[in-house]
Ligand binder design. Structure first.
Ligand code: MTE
Length: 323
């Protein structure tokens, strides 16, 4: 599999360039920190807020050792230039080239449906909703490759606590941005837009389910699903919806984009499962992007991508039928 890198790999990303006033207020802040007049919790909070004011800037988070795989991290460059984000084109290098123009501010996410407290949150409120954690997750794409990425976010369950799903809520539907003015890929009919994904409510509530706002200590780059996406490390990558604008708690299993496009190939569950082949290729092994060269022996794919703690969610289910 060919991994394309950006042509000017030595130059900083535009988002890494900090305006002078921000730089100077940060210096003053660091000085105050050193003098002890600002505590570290306040520092984390302010750093997070500043990150969102600046897009692409640092996003402070505490590492959560309970959610860290020890594998080597994928290079930032590979993780941000080898992407699937069909709203920006179907080639792996398209999103890095064309997603930069997507405007991620202002951005709101409406949370609605079978909940006691529906709400529309702007991105700053989402950032502040729960303490940000850094979690290193493996992500396995249905195409047979994987990456290891330090994500920043918090368990989706924190958001559930805020809106309080009622007893009718059996599934959660995630709808992502579909704006043809900003997304050239919407001209293609490869999928029905908007991109929609769904989870059973107990999957959504599982602590591993990460509402994700950043990666590698920074705000999410647009091509990775800014400003907010999901990361579900035990499911094939396509379940991890990017650039979410609506979250709906519903009674029935939602129709999802890939399942609608090719129901025989992409099931609703899409748990990583080396024993259930995709109709056109095996899922028994994978290539780690950046690490395993084209001719290297592939790695064995693990059931649930190695996240055995989710197995009880599927106890008694025939995972060949519910693939
Ligand atoms: N979300 C949206 N909105 N559109 C997409 O095309 N692609 C999915 C998923 N989320 C996709 C999406 C697929 S197929 C994968 S493998 C992952 O995003 C890739 O995430 P990454 O580019 O951050 O590795």
């Amino acid at each position: 599999m060919l991994i394309k890198r950006s042509a000017n790999g030595t130059e900083p990303f535009p988002s890494e360039i900090t305006p002078r006033e921000v730089f100077e207020s940060r210096r003053l802040f660091i000085k105050q920190m050193a003098l002890g007049s600002i505590g570290s919790a306040a520092f984390l909070e302010m750093a997070s807020r500043e990150a969102f004011a600046q897009g692409g800037q640092k996003l402070a988070a505490r590492p959560n050792p309970s959610f860290v795989v020890m594998d080597k991290h994928t290079d930032y460059k590979d993780a941000t230039t080898y992407n699937n984000f069909y709203e920006f084109g179907t080639d792996k290098e398209d999103p890095a080239k064309t997603a930069a123009s997507m405007s991620t501010r202002p951005w709101t996410v409406s949370i609605e449906g079978e909940v006691a407290k529906p709400i529309t949150l702007d991105i700053d409120s989402l950032v502040k909703l729960a303490p940000l954690e850094e979690r290193v997750y493996r992500l396995r794409c249905v195409e047979g490759w994987s990456m290891v990425i330090p994500w920043v976010g918090y368990s989706f369950s924190a958001l559930m606590k805020k809106v309080q799903p009622n007893s009718n809520a059996k599934f959660v539907e995630f709808t992502t941005l579909a704006d043809s003015k900003q997304m050239p890929g919407l001209n293609s009919r490869v999928l029905k837009w908007p991109y929609v994904e769904g989870l059973r409510i107990d999957e959504a509530a599982h602590p591993l389910t990460l509402l994700t706002l950043g990666m590698y200590g920074e705000v999410l780059p647009n091509q990775n699903g800014a400003p907010v996406r999901l990361v579900l490390p035990w499911k094939y990558g396509f379940k991890s919806a990017k650039s979410i604008v609506k979250i709906r708690f519903v009674r029935e299993q939602p129709a999802t984009a890939w399942n609608r496009a090719a129901p025989r190939e992409y099931g609703f569950y899409s748990n990583v499962n080396p024993e259930v082949a995709h109709p056109r290729w095996s899922q028994a092994s994978e290539r780690r992007i950046g690490d395993d060269g084209l001719f290297a022996k592939k790695r064995k794919t693990l059931m649930f991508n190695g996240y055995d703690e989710v197995a009880p969610l599927y106890a008694g289910m025939d995972l060949r039928k519910f693939f």
